[in-house]
Design a protein around this ligand. Structure first.
Ligand code: SF4
Length: 219
């Protein structure tokens, strides 16, 4: 079964979502930086605490790093993330005159991805997510769920890194932002509900008849 057939099955199972930007680009960028190895709930709580405490990007940028670390304490690794977030805010301000990345929507996609991934702590997953979610550009963010499920289904080898999977999966999918967005969201939902990291729930899974992992371990 090819990747588009899997996409159709996932959409039947989880439904489609309209592709509307959910957050401003700066919020998406900083929340994605907070999200690494953290639950969605804790990411939201940390961001809310950060915003409630400082109220502007400038205030977050210029605050003592200990205070930013404390505000984002619900996420994992707050001590690493706080200085990176402040560094990102400083660099954006230096380069753009203000903490605002709306200009990325007007750049060629490769240039925008290069600009984002040059920021400290911003990898291809975060950059792709900002460009797809906020600017509807044809890229696929490969987070831990997309990566794991793609390995289990056999779309990529077990030793393929998440970084490499960004290229390989995109080659197999249409470069249509709506499809890429819904593929990402459906895989995320699948990874959070059935195809969890430990003890995946294969019996009710609509993909079990095409799943390499299930063929080897599931029965
Ligand atoms: S059959 Fe199991 S391992 Fe395969 S995709 Fe479904 S939940 Fe994941």
């Amino acid at each position: 079964m090819n990747i588009m057939q899997v996409y159709e099955i996932l959409l039947d199972y989880y439904g489609e979502r309209p592709h509307q930007p959910r957050r401003k680009p700066m919020v998406e960028l900083i929340m994605t930086m907070l999200s690494h190895r953290t639950t969605a709930r804790n990411e939201r709580v940390a961001f809310q605490q950060l915003w409630d405490r400082f109220g502007s990007w400038e205030a977050i940028r210029d605050a003592p790093v200990e205070e930013v670390t404390e505000a984002i304490s619900p996420v994992n690794y707050p001590g690493q993330k706080a200085p990176r977030i402040q560094a990102v805010l400083r660099i954006i301000t230096e380069q753009r005159g203000e903490p605002n990345i709306d200009f990325l929507g007007d750049l060629p996609l490769d240039e925008a991805l290069d600009w984002l991934t040059a920021l400290p702590g911003v990898g291809i997953k975060t950059a792709s997510l900002v460009m797809l979610f906020c600017f509807k550009k044809p890229v696929l963010p490969v987070d831990t769920h997309v990566h794991r499920i793609s390995q289990r289904l056999g779309f990529v080898d077990e030793d393929t890194s998440a970084e490499k999977a960004h290229e390989l999966l995109l080659e197999e999918l249409p470069h249509d932002p709506y499809v890429l967005y819904n593929f990402h969201v459906a895989m995320l939902r699948h990874g959070r509900t059935l195809c969890t990291w430990s003890n995946p729930k294969c019996i009710p899974c609509p993909l079990k008849f095409t799943c390499q992992w299930y063929a080897e371990h599931g029965a």
